[in-house]
Write a protein that binds this ligand. Sequence first.
Ligand code: BMA
Length: 355
Amino acid sequence: MKKILFFALSVIAIMSCENKKDESASQAKQLEDRLVALQQKGYMYGHQDDPMYGLTWEWDRDTSDVLATVGDYPAVMGFDLGGIEMGDAKNLDSVPFNRIREEVLNHYNRGGIITISWHPRNPLTGGTAWDVDSTVVVKSILPGGAQHEKFQLWMQRVGDFLKTLKTDKGSSIPVIFRPWHENNGSWFWWGQKLCTDEEFRGLWNMLQDYLIGEGLDNLLWSYSPNLDGNWTEEQFLLRYPGNDRVTLIGEDAYQWGTEEDFVKQLTADLDFLSDFAKKNGKLIALTECGYKNIPDSTWWTRVLKPVMDKYPISYFHTWRNYKEEYFGPAPQLPCAADFKKLYDADNTLFLKDIQ
Ligand code: BMA
């Protein structure tokens, strides 16, 4: 009898553990399932700081250059935590963190998807994320490094903020989190020439293990290097955090040079990424993309869309619209009509398509 009772109690205990595990995995996993399902319908459009400011306005409520252009919000909205590590009230682009929290909730409530990046300051020099004078910054914050303790506090501040992203009922809001982006370039202190492959992976793991250890199970981890054009699997794997650590593989792809070069590189990368993702069961996205100030009024449908149409991407995300530096559409821009064409296409998804 005792044995039966013990067996029954053990089964109940195991089941309740399993339930807990399922529950704890559910926010990120549910978002992953949703992304997989949506990808069958097409690819979503995302925009950085969309409800915060635009070409001619800032901090208004319920305003968006994208909404004003096509009558719909982006499906994905992105926000950045740069500055949270210092305990600042506003991020590196003067966006109050309280406002980020508010807009994350607004967008989640309207059925949208959130992505968050982080441009932390340089923990060794105190400079910006773009301060690349020293090649020992990453080393200095890894365990045993002189700045390790300081960086613990920085991670804690990121974690503390992320923990506040909750619905009114108190459940965590799922977020596509993509730290240490564009790491194959050398313009951020965590970039290619600024640390070894091993140090980079150590950096990724340190942040991920910390945030997961803090109970943040609502983060869907996105690894997003920069446009490369020449990836081989061997080279890509040098800094790839691993299949157990990444759900979505993105790339940040801007046209800086000629259209031909951009299309060629983007096509090569998406060939590689879509193959790699298929083999490894991952989602892919253009986690950032664009053509600064969109000097070509037909760029969206003539250059970008034909490439995206060929690949199973989850979303493409343009950076912020800020006065002299903008990447998304706005009604007064020459590219507005073309962007509307992109919006009207069957395979592009905006908020109304995913609600
Ligand atoms: C860069 C630029 C900067 C901005 C940073 C973080 O690409 O847009 O002006 O501060 O992103 O948003």
